[in-house]
Design a protein around this ligand. Sequence first.
Ligand code: PXP
Length: 244
Amino acid sequence: MKSKYKLGVNIDHVATLRNARGENFPSVLLAANNAINAGADSITVHLREDQRHIKPADVIDLKKNIKKPLNLEMALTKEMLSFAIKTKPKYVCFVPEKRNELTTEGGLNLFYNVYFLSKAIKKLKKNNIKVSLFIDPKIKNVEQALKLNADNIELHTGTFCNLLNNKNKKKINLEFERIKKTAVFAKKNNLGVHCGHGLNYLSAKKLKKIKEILEFNIGHFIISDSIFFGLTRVIKNFTKIIKN
Ligand code: PXP
């Protein structure tokens, strides 16, 4: 039976590796297709203003050549809005963006720049692009997402994942309950509930207990753990070539 739960695979860091050499290897498109063949339900990329990993050409290439939905994470800017409307990914997820951050540090402030955010959501929806808002797990953010007429919310799981690493049971439970309460409230109000940031096997397993969460978006850990799954095989390939 097909599961209703979805896995979105973020391949930003394949591009990070590619850009380290300024060449075309490893291919972002090949990584996306491998992810899809392995069971990914969608492919996520974050086109940052500084284009430190994904480039506009990657988004266009992926949109044309993958058979599963493309989810474009982006900042709320005029330039990104017109790029999204031209490229037409199936989903756009608005995320906050700071130039000097290593990764997205928190959820989007839905109470700032409300007029432009609301206009952007309307425009995207008119172009048949579903809109998700990346938010910290708080009821007031869901209420605002409803007012803004978003299709989905993506709950920021970074705090939960960090707490799991520190093993403070009381704080872990509090954050879990906060995510659960927010997810239940959002689902009850017909918003699609996604989650992401910092997820690994353990945190995904724990959060799967919240039945309202339909989609898990995972990037850094997937690419990192793939090194350890692939390293032995690749070294063996080379020992055959060099030592035989
Ligand atoms: N979801 C959103 C909205 C993100 O900004 C990110 C990071 O780009 C992720 C999910 C994936 O996070 P991670 O790479 O830590 O798995």
